[in-house]
Design a protein around this ligand. Structure first.
Ligand code: LUZ
Ligand code: MOS
Length: 755
């Protein structure tokens, strides 16, 4: 009864028929011009001159814009104001926007772009975060989370180990590339269709660049062909370029990036290089953990400070460690600004503690799963930031151990490895814990605007951006359940800054929670008004006994019912307001950055995965045989969508940990700049089987309809694939020297097998 009779995802039919609207499906208005953006050819340098004369002379070119053409501020930075829209004097990364050509066709714009002559005095680029830190190139001072007394604790440890663990970046590879279409309206207003997760972020950036108040900037988003974090902050550039040109020329301007430009010009998941020191008691309890993270932030802040924070929040993963000192440096390098990517720094922090545990296990010759198990956090224990966990990592582990018989899996692998010389199997367990809420408390709010029309049909606008994750379906379900009407009576509209203002981006796994709760609040307020109307018609004063269900309105035990439509029409005739704006702000959360303590998360999501792999020890290639998961859904409101999120997140995490290798050369140029050189998971590299069981829990939680956030947490199950492959390599060559350095590509696997 909680799940109304709806399709799994309300978009599935239009997707299947190719009718769903993306940026490129918006009909082009007559007179529209097309843009192309020239990126800097070098990573670091001083601009001596930009010669646009040849480009402007190309027939069909209307204008070439450079920094000096910006009417407002040349600034699109969010958290820190350090990012020009177009390079002025200096370039800081290969691909940094330098000039924007506007022409009658795409082809002319792209051709003309190549006629621009830049004269840039090249400087030595820095691409390595440790080097950047040495040179004092930081986005902001380091931050440290502390619990207990690490120095004292190390003195009492039976075992102490130190090592290094590195993880690489990751290309978002949303199927729809970045882009925008700006259309001037009357009186200096401008409407921008943008492929963005953050309509308000785009609105603010455009407002600043044009020097026009936010009320003149309308951002409209129907849906995205994927975002994964890549469009949380980095859709701003293209929207601002189009808006600048459209505003200046007073004609519509469109620009959608070529895939190769998108890969080269936009930031990715942050690579991290980290040092750890871990101390344990004789019975393998982790007593002390010291970790230093060097985040490769790229050339400007973008979201790096927030990503850095989440790395610290998740540096213990699911473990209780009484003494922690975790320090993180946001290191400024001459690479495209790295940005949000599903997990948002959390996976990078979790990879390091898992690496430390594996390092200890290998040194001591024990099973890493024993160390993991002995240190799982329990309800009521604190993380270094002092929030006590509300759920039990042990429950989840036990559920997985029992349901999937971990003991048997280990035995089967041992037997297989004994019987096979050239194929070896490995397994790893990956317990996960992810905090749900924006770490910046202020951002945890949302609004929903709900109209009931006089015929009983309903329209809802929220700040949520649909990007394939099914958030519109979930909001529709919330409204249908709250109002007691069929989902087909409800439409979820595009996300538009004129209807819903000051929104947080659709990010942090929190979109359905925040916007769903806002919709629930608005629908409940409308329902209470309609109850007053129905009460007169049903001749009662007991509002609590009036039910709205299945499109009918009736008293608890009465046989006669009114229809939803009749009650709405009566309300309309009685001049009752049929529109409501719901506002939700997550209660109880707080955080003090000065002490690095507080209660930043509404709740945590737990899970445990078991990954089994087979490595071909002649060739270094491998199969992910299976991944078995027990996942904490709370009470899923849409299992089809949630299962899809888990499968997708898992595979994306496996890609990050095994195949996907972002390569910049020493000059800061992206070498893995196409799908021929950047390998993403395909049908051959996904797990042979994926099994997902729900963690049975009757606990209350702060999620919408108790259905916990599901967007990001499953990505971290993918980390298990790295360690499973490592274990298989060790089964072939116990002395293999393998750096803790993800991804574990087939090339690295082959080298390790024979090291
Ligand atoms: N974005 C953000 C996020 O601005 N703050 C966050 O805490 C966050 N977490 C995950 C993904 N995106
Ligand atoms: Mo995100 S990494 O939730 O935009």
């Amino acid at each position: 009864e909680r799940i109304p009779p709806t399709q799994t995802n309300i978009d599935s039919q239009t997707h299947l028929r190719g009718e769903s609207l993306y940026l490129d499906d918006i009909p082009i208005l007559t007179g529209t011009l097309f843009g192309a953006c020239l990126g800097s050819p070098v990573a670091h340098g001083h601009i001596r001159s930009i010669d646009i004369s040849a480009a402007e002379a190309v027939p069909g070119v209307i204008k070439v814009f450079t920094a000096k053409d910006i009417a407002g501020e040349n600034e699109i930075g969010g958290i820190i104001q350090d990012e020009p829209l177009l390079a002025d004097h200096e370039v800081h990364f290969c691909g940094m926007p330098v000039a924007f050509v506007v022409a009658e066709t795409w082809d002319i714009a792209r051709y003309a772009m190549k006629q621009i002559i830049t004269d840039i005095e090249e400087h030595e680029p820095v691409t390595c975060p440790r080097k950047a830190k040495e040179l004092g190139m930081l986005i902001h001072p380091p931050r440290t989370h502390r619990l207990g007394n690490v120095d004292e604790a190390f003195e009492n440890c039976h075992y102490i180990f130190e090592g290094q663990a590195d993880s690489n970046g990751q290309e978002h590879l949303y199927i729809e590339t970045q882009g925008a279409y700006a259309v001037p309206q009357e009186n200096g207003q401008i409407r921008i269709y943008s492929s963005t997760q953050g309509p308000t972020a785009v609105q603010k950036a455009v407002s600043k660049v044009l020097g026009v108040p936010q009320h003149s900037i309308e951002i409209d988003v129907t849906r995205l062909g994927g975002g994964f974090g890549g469009k949380e902050d980095q859709a701003n550039t293209w929207a601002a370029l189009c808006a600048m040109a459209a505003h200046h020329l007073q004609v519509p301007v469109k620009y959608a990036l070529h895939r190769l430009d998108d890969m080269a010009m936009t930031g990715k998941r942050h690579p991290y290089s980290s040092d750890f020191k871990i101390g344990l008691s004789e019975d393998l309890k982790i007593l002390a953990y010291e970790v230093t993270f060097y985040q490769n932030s790229g050339a400007s802040a973008d979201l790096s400070p927030a990503v850095l924070e989440r790395t610290l929040f998740h540096c213990n993963n699911t473990y209780y460690i009484p003494n922690v000192r975790a320090t993180a440096y946001p290191c400024k390098t001459h690479l495209p600004p790295n940005t949000a990517f599903r997990g948002f720094g959390g996976p990078q922090g979790m990879f390091v503690i898992e690496s430390a545990i594996m390092f200890v296990a290998e040194k001591l010759g024990v099973d890493a799963t024993d160390i993991q198990y002995r240190n799982l956090i329990q309800t009521g224990q604190p993380f270094a930031y002092r929030q006590l966990v509300d759920s039990d990592a042990q429950n989840c582990w036990h559920a997985a151990a029992n349901a999937f018989n971990i003991g048997q899996i280990k035995k089967d692998i041992a037997v297989f490895n004994e019987q096979n010389e050239h194929y070896k199997k490995g397994m790893a367990i990956m317990p996960i814990c992810f905090g749900i809420s924006f770490t910046n408390t202020m951002m945890n709010n949302a609004r929903a605007l709900v109209h009931i029309y006089s015929d009983g049909s309903v329209n809802i606008s929220t700040g949520a951006v649909e990007m394939g994750q099914g958030v519109n379906t979930k909001i529709m379900q919330v409204a249908a359940v709250t109002l007691g009407i069929h989902p087909r009576k409800i439409k979820i509209l595009s996300t538009n800054t004129y209807r819903v203002a000051n929104t947080s981006p659709s990010a942090a796994s929190a979109t359905a929670d925040l916007n769903g709760k806002a919709a629930q609040i608005a629908c409940t307020a409308l329902l209470n008004r309609l109850k007053e109307v129905a009460a007169q018609q049903l001749n009662t004063t007991e509002l609590d006994h009036i039910c709205f269900k299945n499109g009918l309105v009736y008293l608890d035990d009465a046989e006669t019912a009114l229809t939803w439509e009749a009650v709405v029409m009566t309300a309309f005739v009685q001049r009752v307001a049929l529109t409501e704006n719901g506002h939700y702000a997550t209660p109880k959360i707080h955080y003090d950055k000065a002490t690095e303590q507080g209660h930043p998360f509404a709740y945590h999501v737990f899970g445990t995965s078991i990954t089994e792999v087979t490595v071909d020890c002649i060739r270094g290639i491998y199969d992910i045989d299976s991944v078995k998961i027990v996942h904490d859904f709370g009470e899923s409101m849409n299992t089809g969508i949630d299962m899809g999120q888990i499968e997708g997140g898992l595979v994306q995490g496996i890609g990050w940990m095994t195949l996907e290798e972002v390569v910049y050369d020493a000059k800061g140029k992206l070498r893995s700049n196409a799908l021929s050189t950047y390998k993403v998971p395909d049908v051959y590299s996904v797990p042979g089987t994926i099994t997902i069981l729900p963690l049975e829990t009757d606990k209350d939680n702060m999620a919408i309809l108790k259905s916990k956030a599901v967007g990001e947490p499953p990505l971290m199950y993918g980390i298990g694939s790295y360690f499973a492959i490592r274990n298989a390599i060790k089964a072939f060559n116990p002395n293999a020297k393998i750096a803790l350095d993800a991804p574990m590509t087939p090339e690295k696997t082959l080298m390790a097998l024979y090291s």
